[in-house]
Write a protein that binds this ligand. Structure first.
Ligand SMILES: [Zn+2]
Length: 476
């Protein structure tokens, strides 16, 4: 099981918006609609759900599939101890329900077996450290109240803009053997709603570095830990110099190490408010060869970019528009790494994006890639389109993609959302020609038979040096 470094790796920034819910705050006097107590007692992990309302079905808001198997993780890793309650998959969601359709009891106990697992475009449920430390993603306990199993089956994958009954659970975190790390502070117990973070159970060492606090697995290959601690502040400083300070203060970098699995070289990660989480696995990252180093740089560059374009900065409006943030973060990473390390080969990275976009966009709408499990298309095509936008900007006034982002930051200051319409309108403006944006819209919505030719047309319209020969599109 070899996971290619980029298809499975640079993933996963999901923006957890609560659809149809204006505020996540709860009245401290009122019982929360859903309260969950997460307890670690040695090797035993439990989640005790308390529901203030009756419902026959509770669906887990965050129900992404495991990337490699495309199977749901909860039915395999969680068991319900409460008699008569079933945990299974209905449509695109994991649900708690009863066999006979009667209301789920007011208290449900789940036993959890946290493990490493990479989800499709979503936060991994757990980061596993080699010393037994475990970090759990706070959002995995949020549920939606439903009237029936049929209603669960009818729920779309992307709930942005969908009106559902639900608000983030109130989660209490406890470790019977000691304090836990929550938002950079060690505490005995924590109760929080919609925390959007990883809560760390264990004795991991935290280290204050320049511009970043690190929690790094003691088992992680030393060179990689040092590189992460050094390069992350460097790349963050580069972005800040172009785009202004990131929100949320000094971020925490949490890095877990699953072990030197044979024939595997895997990097995964995501960004949350005030936190970058990463997980590494495989013998492929044991030694600091050039390829591993390049990948680590690339990975950090991409994840750090999300503090400005992604969950912490400008956001997309819908999951099918992840090409805006993932592709943009890829191009940001290319430019940042080239600025910091002049020996880096930016053209090769960009050519890879072109090649992947050409193969993933053929005959299928790119907007639907997420539903097909082809999230890579968002990164590759998004980066290629961002490259075209940058080229048009360069031709217009000598600017670059960061200048485009600066404009977007200003234009989207009120809601923080960079919509597809705004992105495409900016493309038309900067190219002084509607054709490139129209071609991108066609790739997104309808799919094209010959992506290489369509991309070549976009490049021609925006001034990206290229060659199209016998159907092969090459950046010059
Ligand atoms: Zn990303």
């Amino acid at each position: 099981m070899i996971k290619t470094p980029f298809s499975g790796a640079l993933l996963a920034v999901l923006m957890l918006f609560w659809p149809g819910v204006s505020s996540a705050r709860v009245d401290p006097q009122a019982a929360p609609p859903v309260a969950v107590t997460v307890t670690r007692d040695g090797d035993r992990w439990t989640a005790d759900f308390t529901f203030a309302h009756e419902a026959p079905v509770w669906a887990f808001f965050d129900s992404a599939l495991l990337r490699q198997s495309r199977e749901p993780w909860r039915p395999a890793w969680w068991s319900v101890e409460t008699p008569g309650v079933i945990l299974d998959r209905q449509g695109r969601y994991d649900v708690l329900r009863t066999a006979d359709g009667s209301p789920v009891p007011g208290h449900v106990r789940v036993v959890m077996r946290p493990q490493a697992g990479d989800l499709e475009a979503a936060y991994d449920p757990a980061l596993m450290f080699s010393d037994g430390t475990v970090a759990l993603f706070s959002g995995q306990f949020d549920v939606i109240r439903l009237e029936s199993v049929e209603a669960a089956r009818a729920l779309p994958m992307d709930l942005n803009g969908v009106d559902v009954q639900g608000e983030p659970s109130q989660v209490t975190w406890r470790d019977l053997s000691g304090p836990l790390l929550f938002r950079g502070e060690w505490q005995d117990t924590v109760t929080a709603v919609d925390a959007r973070t990883y809560v760390l159970f264990g004795e991991a060492q935290t280290r204050q570095g320049e511009g970043v606090t690190t929690v790094i697995d003691p088992g992680l290959p030393r060179w990689l830990g040092e590189k992460l601690a050094d390069f992350t502040p460097e790349v963050m400083a580069f972005y800040a110099s172009r785009l202004g300070p990131s929100r949320g203060g000094v971020p925490t970098l949490m890095v877990s190490w699953t072990g030197p699995t044979e024939r595997l070289s895997s990097m995964g990660g995501s960004v949350l408010p005030g936190m970058i989480s990463m997980s590494f696995e495989g013998e492929g990252v044991l030694d600091p060869d050039r390829a591993a180093l390049d990948r680590a740089h690339w990975f950090i560059g991409h994840e750090a970019a999300h503090f400005w374009l992604g969950s912490n900065g400008l956001r997309y409006a819908f999951a099918r528009e992840a090409w805006i943030t993932e592709g943009g973060a890829d191009l940001m990473a290319v430019r940042a790494i080239a600025a910091i390390d002049p020996t880096n080969d930016a053209r090769t990275e960009l050519q890879r994006e072109v090649d992947d976009c050409v193969s993933l966009a053929r005959g299928a709408p790119v907007a639907g890639a997420g539903e097909r499990g082809q999230h890579r298309a968002y990164y590759a095509c998004g980066a290629v389109w961002a490259l075209a936008m940058e080229s048009a900007r360069q031709r217009a006034d000598g600017g670059d993609f960061f200048d485009m982002l600066t404009d977007f930051q200003r234009e989207s200051a009120d809601d923080g959302i960079l919509s597809r319409a705004e992105w495409l309108a900016a493309m038309t403006r900067v190219a002084a020609d509607p054709a490139p944006a129209e071609a991108i819209a066609r790739m997104l919505d309808e799919g094209v038979d010959d992506p290489a030719a369509v991309l070549a047309g976009i490049f021609a319209g925006t001034g990206v040096p290229h060659r199209l020969e016998e159907g092969v599109l090459t950046l010059l």
